[in-house]
Design a protein around this ligand. Structure first.
Ligand SMILES: *Cc1c(COP(=O)(O)O)cnc(C)c1O
Length: 364
């Protein structure tokens, strides 16, 4: 049985008619940037999350960077980020001229270890970027307490967590701002690059909008030196179609994660989220010894897997020079040798999930 890690073609086929109509609508209106498709998606995404503003941007890395700029985080400042994340979280910090300070993550949850944050705070610390890894919220209460005590901004990196909840609140609406990526493989994926900023503060929303559009809100009114980061209308129209399916797809992911959890041996150390967290399973991660051999064996059986991610960011060549020396990332370093992401998406069948589970349970 073949089980691809992801099947975007199957997803497209399931919604082809609406997607094709949406694309043709953009072509017919020839309004490729801004316009009604982008505004509609911004309104709808803000409404789904219960946020006041959504600013559509070019991708999820830009959204982090624009937020940092808008919050005036720059040279000489430090920003706390988790050691286990996609590189973007730290890249955005470096791009604005600030220094990422990496804090270890929790085994099996893969989110920042909030008990280790405070000792990394210095007078230079300006912000914390918790990442809701794999679709599971970071523990936001202690983060918000520290932020209010030390007067820090909190930007939630929600690239992997659309519709995830923490104590009844949607991720992206708990901190001062939320950052989303609609990279094609994300739970809500465009057919190219796209991202979004979500904020409640009116001024911050306007500032982000200016930065993303050459410093202006209106033609020729360049109030600050900005940049160009726009979501195009084609992506917005596609995302609007997909948004109407997102709740159902998310429920399916949650249901499939339950299937894995009920079938897989406990020795694979998968996440068992606290009921106060609504995990949306962008990724379902298990832990295995001899990962290389396991990956090869599963591949022989037709099962594709992934590793998200093999190296903690502060240990990559790119960030070794940027991170300050006062932290250790032994937990994320240790589990990163064992983590393995299993196929999990709505287009799978229960039969495929059972096949994967049985093959994994038979591992010695
Ligand atoms: C995907 C992702 C991003 C941003 O991705 P883009 O490719 O720039 O849209 C940021 N942070 C995390 C944790 C991600 O998974």
């Amino acid at each position: 049985m073949r089980v691809p890690f992801l099947d975007l073609k199957a997803q497209y086929q399931s919604i082809k008619e609406d997607i094709d109509l949406a694309i043709h609508d953009v072509l017919n209106k020839t309004s490729f940037l801004y316009g009604e498709h982008v505004s509609k998606f911004e309104r709808d995404w803000a409404a789904v999350l219960g946020a006041k503003h959504c600013v559509a941007v070019g991708n999820g890395t830009d959204s982090l960077e624009i937020l940092l700029k808008a919050l005036e985080v720059g040279a000489g400042d430090e920003v706390i980020v988790p050691s286990h994340t996609w590189v973007s979280t730290a890249e955005a910090v470096v791009t604005v001229g600030a220094t990422p300070v990496f804090v270890d993550t929790v085994d099996r949850l893969y989110t920042i270890d909030t008990t280790k944050i405070e000792k990394s705070i210095t007078p230079r610390t300006k912000a914390i970027i918790p990442v809701h890894m794999c679709g599971l919220s970071a523990d936001m209460d202690p983060i918000m307490r520290l932020a209010s005590h030390y007067k820090l901004w909190v930007i939630e990196d929600c690239a992997q967590s659309p519709l995830a909840e923490y104590k009844g609140r949607k991720t992206g609406t708990i901190g001062h701002a939320g950052s989303f990526s609609f990279y094609p493989s994300k739970n809500l994926g465009a057919y190219g690059d796209a991202g979004a900023i979500v904020v409640n503060d009116d001024d911050l929303a306007l500032k982000c909008r200016r930065i993303a559009n050459h410093g202006r809100l209106h033609r020729n009114d360049h109030q600050i030196a900005g940049r160009n980061s726009r979501m195009d209308a084609m992506q917005a129209a596609i995302l609007s179609v997909k948004l109407s399916h997102l709740q159902r797809w998310t429920d399916q992911r949650i249901g499939y994660a339950e299937v894995y959890r009920s079938m897989l041996d406990k020795r694979f150390n998968f996440t068992n989220p606290d009921p106060e967290y609504l995990h949306v399973y962008h990724l379902f991660i298990i832990q295995v010894d001899n990962r290389e051999a396991v990956v090869a064996h599963l591949k022989d059986c037709g099962i594709e897997t992934g590793i998200h991610y093999p190296t903690p960011v502060p240990l990559t060549l790119a960030f070794a020079g940027h991170s300050l020396e006062r932290n250790l990332w032994d937990v994320s370093q240790k589990y990163s040798e064992k983590i393995l992401s299993l196929p999990l998406y709505p287009e799978l069948t229960v039969g495929q999930l059972e096949f994967v589970s049985n093959e994994i349970n038979s591992l010695r």
